[in-house]
Design a protein around this ligand. Structure first.
Ligand SMILES: NC(=O)c1ccc[n+]([C@@H]2O[C@H](COP(=O)([O-])OP(=O)(O)OC[C@H]3O[C@@H](n4cnc5c(N)ncnc54)[C@H](OP(=O)(O)O)[C@@H]3O)[C@@H](O)[C@H]2O)c1
Length: 212
């Protein structure tokens, strides 16, 4: 993989995909956005965007992520870091949506099982999209988690997170992809905090003892 400018396929045309794609482009990366239907030079099919990327971002709805990644094609995901920020939320029940992760299963792991050659790295799913790509929007330090089975892929994703403005101290590596269970199960708490805080521009900060 080349240092510096990366080719990135951002799968997802919703607010989150657009936010990630805009920020990555602003940072000088060569981005294609994936959709079911190509509609411009930048918005291509899921398969074209994934084929373009040295790194692929899954920013599709959690309930349809495996479908979208199937359209992207396992062969276009193989051997590549797959930054997965999705949450499996069932909005059909009204607000708050039902969170489908359990303490024995997560969407991150389901994606990894469906695409065993992809290098899934779960991160950024615990905050609103504006903060994902501009963490300095919030005053002071705050926390973003990472989980994944491949150390090199986590390193590539960490590099992009640092470019977004995260610091090393703010990035907590929780280990292998089973940690995405906890990351996804955090959503019920996040949704309650959204109600209490009144807007989505907040995050948590893991504070450590000075000598740890
Ligand atoms: N909102 C936030 O700030 C936030 C924060 C943390 C995590 N997330 C997660 O980020 C992800 C993206 O959220 P979003 O609100 O931006 O987008 P979204 O509306 O959840 O997803 C949009 C994408 O899903 C694709 N899609 C919809 N139905 C499909 C199907 N049947 N088969 C294949 N693809 C399908 C759409 O394809 P087309 O392009 O063809 O329409 C589109 O690209 C979600 O998993 C969400 O939980 C969001």
């Amino acid at each position: 993989m080349t240092e510096g400018r990366l080719r990135v396929g951002v799968l997802g045309t919703g607010t989150v995909g657009q936010t990630l794609a805009d920020r990555l482009s602003e940072l000088g990366h060569d981005v294609r956005i994936g959709s079911r239907t190509a509609s411009s030079d930048v918005v291509r099919t899921f398969a074209e965007a994934a084929a373009h990327g040295e790194v692929v971002v899954n920013a599709t709805g959690g309930l349809v992520s495996v479908d979208a990644l199937t359209l992207a094609g396992a062969e276009h995901l193989a051997g590549k870091p797959l930054l997965d920020l999705s949450n499996a939320l069932d909005h059909s029940v009204g607000f708050p949506p039902k969170v489908l992760a359990t303490d024995s299963e997560s969407l991150g792991e389901r994606i990894q099982a469906a695409f065993p050659e992809a290098l899934v790295v779960k991160t950024l799913n615990t905050m609103t999209n504006a903060i994902m790509v501009r963490p300095r929007t919030l005053p002071g330090p705050h926390t973003n988690f990472l989980a994944g089975n491949d150390a090199e892929a986590k390193g590539v994703v960490r590099g992009l997170l640092l470019e977004f403005g995260w610091t090393d101290e703010e990035l907590i590596d929780l280990g292998d992809l089973t940690a995405s269970r906890g990351m996804e199960l955090y959503l019920p708490l996040w949704l309650r905090m959204l109600g209490a805080v009144g807007n989505p521009l907040f995050n948590v900060h893991v504070v450590r003892a000075a000598d740890s």
